[in-house]
Design a protein around this ligand. Structure first.
Ligand code: NAP
Ligand code: MG
Length: 496
């Protein structure tokens, strides 16, 4: 008997190499049965409510308020009062203290936030734990640092806050988008009425608790839950001076029409259909990781997702083979399991939208590929999917799917890649994979996109501005640029 056979005798080689489940405990989070609106530093009993679910199990999690026009009015009045009676005239160094405090409490309670984010939104716990929550805290830290340095940020321009900001955010990064909105608004001396998305209200409500714990003066931040109508009432309220919206291009257009001529300041962060471009000299294994991260991260519910992959023809076959192999290793399932790569689709409505667009891809003649994988019985799920044989006119190459679906196209020359990449009404982000620095510079200076990554994808940092061109919106969030939409300037001479 050989040594190996003897060992096998004692400890048989397992036939099944799948991971054992590794679920994160959910008891760190206490979910109330019912939540009100956070207005003027108090919880306001809501007149109307709806049920928020876990998209992974369809189990109801809590009853939350559906803010009425009167409740929107109360929140805006509280914000106006806080603005006029203290917050806007507080020294920046004092405002900074509150922001630092919020950031620290967020860090202290990070596990709680991560579990709640995954429960209510369906995203894998490793993403909420390693990306959403730390980046949200980093955003508060970063803007805390600017609060007392605004005069140096804009020398000679005398920055002044705008007043009350009405902020409406989507469901794909609920806590992170709240941080992107709140931190620069507060650092610059504005007060806020924030409306999270209908399907993901819970981390915004937990953030209200953190804000209370940080002793922020009442009314500086007000949080109202509700559907699109509540959002419309917030942004069109006559006492709102500044509108900050992140969401679909469709709703962005509705908002812009609604506030035209009112004198409100507006920033819109909208949809995208990013090109991720791989040249033949790119490191292919690295590119495969970037492609996977670009489109399957957060189930593809990412505005800057690399949803159109352009591959140089000479490397199409080897790249596709590696990509398909890699897709087969992605684990789809329980968002709270630490091994999960792809969690639940955020809502039934979003799942329908993905299914409908994928059907259109098949009907229009593209070739679909999905790795074999088991999906849970309940909840909203979609397999990682890629399409080859995609034409530029196909709907899957033009419309934002906002799901784990990649459209693969090819090109021969850099000029062709550029032309195809820019052939979209959107312009939020792009990726370029090549070994040549000169080609990176040539491409990035010609791609019409707000953010371009080279040999990486989906990298975020609070100091780096983010925002779009064309139908992806206007205005920047992050960095020094992210302060400007919350300020107006008295140029030195005039103020004299
Ligand atoms: P959405 O339908 O446009 O909703 C965004 C937010 O607006 C939600 O809170 C929504 O409430 C609210 N809303 C709906 N109708 C409104 C109206 N008439 N007036 C004011 N507010 C209204 O978008 P979504 O489906 O939640 O999110 C996906 C979209 O967001 C994608 O297109 C994605 O690309 C984009 N996005 C962009 C960025 C960026 O930085 N550029 C970042 C993340 C996401 P309900 O929840 O009730 O619908
Ligand atoms: Mg919506």
């Amino acid at each position: 008997m050989t040594e190996l056979e003897r060992k096998q005798d004692r400890a048989p080689v397992p036939a099944d190499w799948t991971y054992a489940p590794a679920p994160e405990a959910r008891d760190i989070v206490t979910i109330e049965e019912r939540y009100g609106h956070y207005v003027g530093g108090e919880w306001l009993e809501p007149t109307e409510t709806y049920t928020t679910l876990s998209p992974a199990t369809e189990e109801p999690l809590a009853e939350v308020g559906q803010a009425t026009p009167a409740e929107v009015g109360a929140a805006v009045a509280a914000a106006r009062d806080a603005y006029e009676n203290g917050w806007s005239s507080l020294p920046g160094s004092e405002r900074a203290k509150y922001l630092f405090r919020i950031a620290r409490v967020l860090q202290e309670r990070s596990r709680e936030f991560a579990v709640l984010e995954s429960l209510n939104g369906g995203k894998p716990i490793k993403e909420s734990r390693d990306v959403d929550v730390p980046l949200a805290a980093a955003h508060f830290f970063y803007y805390a640092g600017w609060a007392d340095k605004l005069d140096y940020a804009f020398p000679g321009r005398l920055p002044r806050p705008l007043g009350v900001a009405g902020q409406v955010i989507p469901w794909n990064f609920p806590l992170l988008m709240a941080a992107w909105k709140l931190a620069p608004a507060l650092a610059t001396g504005n007060t806020v009425v924030l409306k999270p998305a209908e399907t993901t209200p819970l981390t915004a409500l937990l953030l209200a608790e953190v804000i209370r714990e940080a002793d922020l003066p009442p009314g500086v931040v007000n949080i109202l839950t509700g559907a699109g109508e509540t959002g419309a009432n917030v942004v069109t309220h006559e006492a709102v001076d500044k509108v900050a919206f992140t969401g679909s291009t469709e709703v962005g257009k509705v908002i812009q029409r609604a506030v035209a001529g009112t004198g409100k300041h507006v920033t819109l962060e909208l949809g995208g259909k990013a090109a991720n471009i791989v040249f033949e000299d790119a490191a292919l294994d690295q590119a495969v990781e970037g492609i996977v991260n670009g489109i399957y991260f957060n189930q593809g519910h990412v505005c800057c997702a690399g949803s159109r992959l352009f591959v140089q023809e000479s490397v199409f076959e080897p790249l596709l083979e590696r990509l398909k192999d890699r897709l087969g290793t992605l684990r789809v399932g329980d968002p709270l399991d630490k091994n999960t790569d792809i969690g639940a689709i955020n809502s039934k409505q979003q799942l329908r939208k993905i299914e409908e667009l994928v059907e259109s891809g098949v009907e229009e003649g593209a070739e679909i590929y999905q790795p074999a994988c088991d999906l849970p019985d309940r909840g909203y799920w979609f397999r990682p999917t890629l399409f080859t044989g995609v034409g530029q006119s196909h709907r899957i190459a033009r419309e934002e799917i906002f799901g784990p679906v990649l459209s693969v196209l090819t090109f021969r020359t850099p000029e062709e890649a550029l032309e195809k990449a820019n052939n979209t009404p959107y312009g939020l982000s792009a990726g370029v994979w090549t070994e040549k620095g000169s080609r990176i510079l040539w491409m990035t200076s010609r791609l019409r996109a707000g953010v371009i990554w080279a040999n990486t994808y989906n990298r975020f940092d609070p100091s780096s501005p983010f925002g779009g061109y064309k139908e992806s919106g206007f205005g920047r969030e992050g960095g020094l640029h992210g302060l400007e939409p919350y300020l107006e300037f008295e140029e030195d001479g005039r103020a004299g």
